[in-house]
Design a protein. Structure first.
Length: 260
């Protein structure tokens, strides 16, 4: 009798263990399926949110105004447009300015070069992760700055080079204390007095870098920044696009370091 009870208990234990294993495997598969479905849904929402943000950029560039729009696939966008101008702004909407290419700082109004400014322009460059003595992508940039000022029919061209790492002979003086522009900290800064300023081209040398500008007088509109926020479900994606004023032909800016 005891033997029968023992065998019955062992069989019951085997059945219970089998059920536990089956339940564990089933829960694991169910959990994995739910996780995969969740990831797939998140990926779809992320793609729809990004596509909505891109659509917002295109619409804003066409209409030149900010707007909102909802799509039938549970996605929407909201766009805002700002114009960098005044006495403090970041070039290229705060993104890095490409080495040996540079961007223009308009000292007069585009497109007719009206109302040229007179005052002092301060240019900041090289963020905290950049320095001298490095051979990687974090080497500090130098700046070549060419300024057109005076009479539009016969402008005065001034050219200065600022190199914190003394790689360029006879470089101009600058402030190694740097400063901050619109929340971005910079290692170096220089001040440039302008009289009836028309336009200034700022060109990074040796490396690309973020560049900030402040001024003792308000500077005109430098371009347009479009920010588009796309949403789908719980996913939010932001896309920013900067459209600068058309650059002046390079022939006007003989900025080559080798020609100095």
């Amino acid at each position: 009798m005891k033997k029968i009870n023992l065998e019955s208990g062992q069989m019951l234990l085997v059945v219970v263990l089998t059920m536990i294993v089956a339940l564990t495997v089933g829960l694991s598969l169910a959990s994995r399926t739910i996780t995969n479905m969740k990831i797939s849904k998140q990926n779809e929402e992320s793609q729809r949110a990004f596509q909505a943000a891109e659509a917002g950029i295109e619409r804003a560039l066409e209409s030149a105004i900010g707007s909102s729009l909802e799509f039938g696939n549970n996605s929407k966008f909201t766009t805002t447009i700002t114009n960098p101008q005044g006495s403090s702004f970041l070039l290229n909407a705060g993104e890095t300015v490409e080495q040996d290419v540079g961007l223009d700082v308009w000292l007069s109004e585009y497109p007719n070069y009206a109302n040229p400014v007179t005052g002092t322009v301060y240019v900041y460059w090289s963020t905290t992760n950049q320095g001298c003595g490095r051979t990687d992508d974090n080497v500090a940039a130098a700046l070549s700055i060419v300024t057109l000022s005076g009479n539009l029919s016969n402008p005065t061209v001034t050219r200065e080079v600022y190199d914190p790492c003394t790689r360029i002979p006879n470089g101009s003086l600058f402030d190694s204390r740097g400063g901050s522009v619109d929340g971005t900290s910079f290692n170096y800064a220089t001040s440039i007095p302008v009289l009836d300023g028309i336009i200034m081209r700022v060109i990074p040398v040796y490396n690309s870098t973020k560049i900030g500008v402040t001024s003792s007088v308000a500077l005109p509109k430098q371009g347009t920044v479009v920010e588009s926020v796309g949403e789908s479900g719980e996913t939010v994606r932001r896309v920013q696009y900067f459209s600068s004023n058309p650059q002046v032909p390079l022939e006007i800016f003989p900025y080559s370091i080798l020609s100095q």
